[in-house]
Unconditional design. Structure first.
Length: 323
């Protein structure tokens, strides 16, 4: 499955693998929220785009575009500022990038999961990026008038991941008695639930080891994924989110890759550049350069060519790396 973002020479999206951490989860006692591994997995289930500037916005309750007031921080570029475009209490971010997916695959686009903002909610959409020759916007809608809502510079405003078209059409949900699956019923009776045991303030390592032991006990329970493999995956996520001590995170070229040894967060050292690569001027925000690889152009350097109906000079396809 290919996921490519075509860039105009003037575009520099702050696009990166989604972060697994949340401030409110960090603030829970002993970072207890990270012991719910489904939360951490969802946080990092895709890519995110950071806000090009810091700003605050307020809605007065009206229906028109003029009903939203936006105040950007000093020095914010006019071209990259969020705007009030559609009315109905919404603010709009222009996404700098034309995304292309493998035929039959869409992009689910919305706000970052488990990162609620008081007074403002993200709108979500599914975009058929395997054929659409257009960019898209990311929109948020106010839930209460008169409230100032703030975005910090580089704060994620957009979250996206590919989904295969037509999968839901072939799904046939079925309700059955647990007794129809004796192996699963046996495990379920022996392990009545994952949440109650973790309500006690146990150590993170104990939680993860318990997950692994549950996986071994549940082998052959009829799930599509081997329980031990699922438990090992849970352990990797726990290490990545910092809730379980593990191997020291790699830096450089392998940071932010599928192996879970890096997530593009703070503390990663900058990698050495590959021969012939450039750290700036490649159309990706310099802060996130190491999270991308640049696909070579089929044309001659300096020549003009047409990409999805738009004439560009020295245009390059920046292909997402690390997934």
């Amino acid at each position: 499955m290919d996921l490519t973002c075509y860039l105009h020479p003037s575009w520099a999206p702050r696009l990166r693998p989604a972060a697994s951490k949340r401030d409110w989860m960090d603030a829970t006692p002993e970072r207890f929220a990270y012991r719910c591994l489904p939360l951490a997995i969802a946080n990092a289930h895709g890519w995110e785009i950071g806000s090009p500037c810091g700003f605050r916005a307020r809605w007065n309750g009206g229906k028109g575009a003029e009903a939203v007031q936006i105040e950007c921080d000093a020095g914010a570029s006019l071209a990259n500022r969020p705007v009030s475009l559609f009315g109905a209490g919404t603010i709009t971010f222009h996404v700098e990038g034309l995304f292309r997916t493998t035929p039959g695959w869409n992009l689910w686009v919305g706000g970052p999961p488990n990162a609620a903002k008081h007074g403002l909610a993200p709108l979500a959409g599914v975009i058929e990026t395997d054929w659409s020759p257009y960019t898209f916007t990311m929109n948020w809608r106010f839930t209460k008038p008169g409230e100032w809502v703030r975005f910090e510079e580089d704060e994620a405003f957009c979250f996206l991941f590919p989904v295969e078209r037509g999968v839901l059409d072939g799904v046939e949900p079925v309700l059955r008695s647990l007794s129809d699956a004796p192996d699963l019923d046996c495990v379920a009776r022996r392990l009545p639930g994952a949440c109650p045991p973790y309500q006690a303030q146990g150590s993170c390592r104990q939680v993860a080891e318990d997950l692994l032991s549950r996986g071994r006990a549940g082998r052959g329970a009829g799930s599509g994924r081997p329980p031990v493999e699922a438990a090992c995956s849970a352990l990797r996520v726990a290490r990545r989110t910092g809730t379980l001590p593990g191997p020291q995170r790699k830096t450089g070229r392998n940071a932010g890759t599928r192996d879970g040894t890096g997530d593009g967060g703070e503390g990663d050292a900058a990698p050495a550049r590959r021969p012939g690569s450039r750290s700036r001027g490649h159309g990706v925000h310099p802060k996130h350069h190491r999270l991308w690889r640049t696909a070579p152009s089929n044309g001659v350097a300096g020549a003009s060519r047409t990409t999805f109906g738009r004439d560009t000079t020295n245009s390059r396809a920046a292909t997402l790396a690390g997934r």
